[in-house]
Design a protein around this ligand. Structure first.
Ligand code: SF4
Length: 477
């Protein structure tokens, strides 16, 4: 496939390219834009005008430089072997193919897309969506020969996006619902995906009937269809093999797949836990399950959530701690659909361990939450700090409050409250959490060079930390 007639190069070499704000010509979608989407829809052969690229609204060159703009991408495809089951997987290729373009960065998926075009590529001539449409057309047809016809529509007119956005959300929901009802125990094969390894080299998704892909874009059925029509592609079958622990979701076949696909970086995974050998997290996850150690519970926060979660941290900060293809106990990338699964974090207590989530997520999964918990898990409308959260959970008899007694957390809570009387709130030290890596410098006494201590994936728990000042001779002063 040749792209020599285009003003920018196209190829796998550009995957993983980051476009910083200072270098971008425009941003399309992203956190500042409420409604954006990408959608692939299958059609009949006679419904497609092959090769057509339509732009509804201002073209790239007419968008204000440096600004964030709404965008909808609608790709319609047809072919004798193209079936509706493939839509989710075909749509996920938008991420890959957009990133193949020199100076173009694509993050996330579905209703959450975030694209940046670099100034350099814009100045080279990538100044119209027509060119992007041509790239999609050529890549889809050459990489996935089952696609015989394709037409692409870029929408930048906000009113038209709003119209199409609602239809796209319905389409996503219908796809997600298709996989519900099938149980992991009933299948011998799961599906793996390594599409995100360009950004997170040790990441591999295991997509089961009851654990939707982290990005929320690929179901077990999508994986099955993709592995069948594109056997050399990023989605592949994983024979479950013998269960090591079925309740935790640990299987010999899955562990073997991780060893192979991550070149030994990840060797064992429990599919239904955020703490014990957790599934890896790339960077495309729809939401994060994050530990709140003060209450021994887990919070949930999604990518679109504006402001800080109950622990005082925004999604972006926690995403940094979660992403990268690592297994970080207590920081776990998940999809919204997985929250609807009966297997959702079952090793950790499932919904009984969830202590906070944004109202927007609660509205989406409310009917799937256990009835007794629906109204006792607070949102940002109920609590806005850890202290308020503790009181709320205690007052509403949330199941984690019982764990406090079992684990001694109640005693710690009382101690904290006692300390609060001595030292006003805000002046106390916070629990120490450091996923990833922490480096600390220890200076030498006597003016020498000192030394460096590196903690990798450290989990530190201390009943008490005592810091004593020493004089030059190492004596307490
Ligand atoms: S998040 Fe997982 S399933 Fe989704 S594209 Fe990335 S690797 Fe594939």
């Amino acid at each position: 496939m040749s792209f020599e007639d285009l003003p920018v190069a196209v190829g796998v070499v550009f995957e993983g390219e980051r476009i910083r704000k200072a270098d971008m010509q425009v941003e399309l979608g992203g956190p500042k834009i409420e409604k954006k989407f990408e959608l692939v829809v299958t059609k009949k052969m006679n419904e497609i005008e092959d090769g057509k690229v339509e732009i509804i609204g201002p073209d790239l060159k007419d968008l204000e430089e440096g600004g964030a703009h709404p965008l909808g991408i609608l790709i319609e495809v047809a072919g004798k072997e193209v079936e509706e089951d493939l839509e989710g997987v075909l749509e996920r290729h938008v991420h890959e193919y957009t990133n193949f373009m020199e100076g173009v960065m694509h993050l996330n998926q579905r209703y959450d897309i975030w694209i940046r075009i670099s100034k350099k590529s814009f100045q080279k001539g990538l100044n119209t969506f027509k060119l992007m449409g041509q790239v999609y057309e050529r890549l889809y047809k050459s990489e996935l020969p089952i696609i015989e016809k394709i037409q692409v529509t870029f929408i930048t007119d906000p009113d038209k996006i709003a119209e199409q956005y609602d239809k796209a959300i319905i389409r996503y929901d219908e796809r997600d619902a298709r996989a519900r009802g099938l149980k992991d125990e009933e299948v011998d094969v799961f599906y793996g995906c390594t599409l995100c390894q360009s950004f997170a080299p040790t990441h591999c998704c295991t997509i089961t009937a009851q654990r939707y892909a982290n990005c929320g874009a690929i179901s077990w059925f999508d994986g099955r269809a993709a592995a069948r029509v594109d056997p050399k592609g990023p989605l592949f079958a994983i024979e479950k093999g013998a269960p090591i622990d079925e309740y935790k979701g640990e299987y010999e076949g899955v562990n073997q797949a991780y060893k192979e696909k991550t070149l030994g970086a990840v060797t064992d995974v429990c599919l239904y836990s955020a703490f014990e050998k957790p599934h890896t997290s790339c960077g495309c996850f729809e939401a994060i399950a994050f530990v709140i150690p003060e209450v021994d519970g887990l919070g949930l926060v999604h990518r679109d959530y504006k402001g800080n979660a109950v622990n005082g941290l925004p999604f972006s900060t926690m995403a940094d701690s979660t992403a990268g293809g690592r297994q970080i106990p207590g920081f776990h990338g998940v999809s919204i659909e997985y929250m609807r699964s009966p297997k959702f974090l079952q090793v950790d207590g499932g919904w009984e361990r969830i202590v906070w989530l944004p109202k927007a997520i609660k509205d989406r999964v409310y009917d799937f939450m256990p009835e007794n918990l629906r109204d006792i898990i607070p949102t940002e409308n109920d609590v806005s700090s850890i202290d308020e959260l503790k009181s709320y959970l205690k007052d509403h008899h949330h199941p984690v409050a019982e764990r406090w007694v079992e684990t001694g957390a109640a005693a710690r809570l009382e101690e904290e409250e006692r300390q609060e009387e001595i030292m006003p709130a805000g002046q106390q030290t916070q629990p120490f959490m450091m996923p990833g890596q922490m480096t600390t410098m220890v200076p030498a006494t006597g003016g020498g060079p000192g030394f460096q201590i590196i903690f990798k994936n450290a989990k530190i728990y201390a009943e008490k930390v005592i810091i004593k000042r020493l004089d030059q001779k190492g004596k307490k002063s």
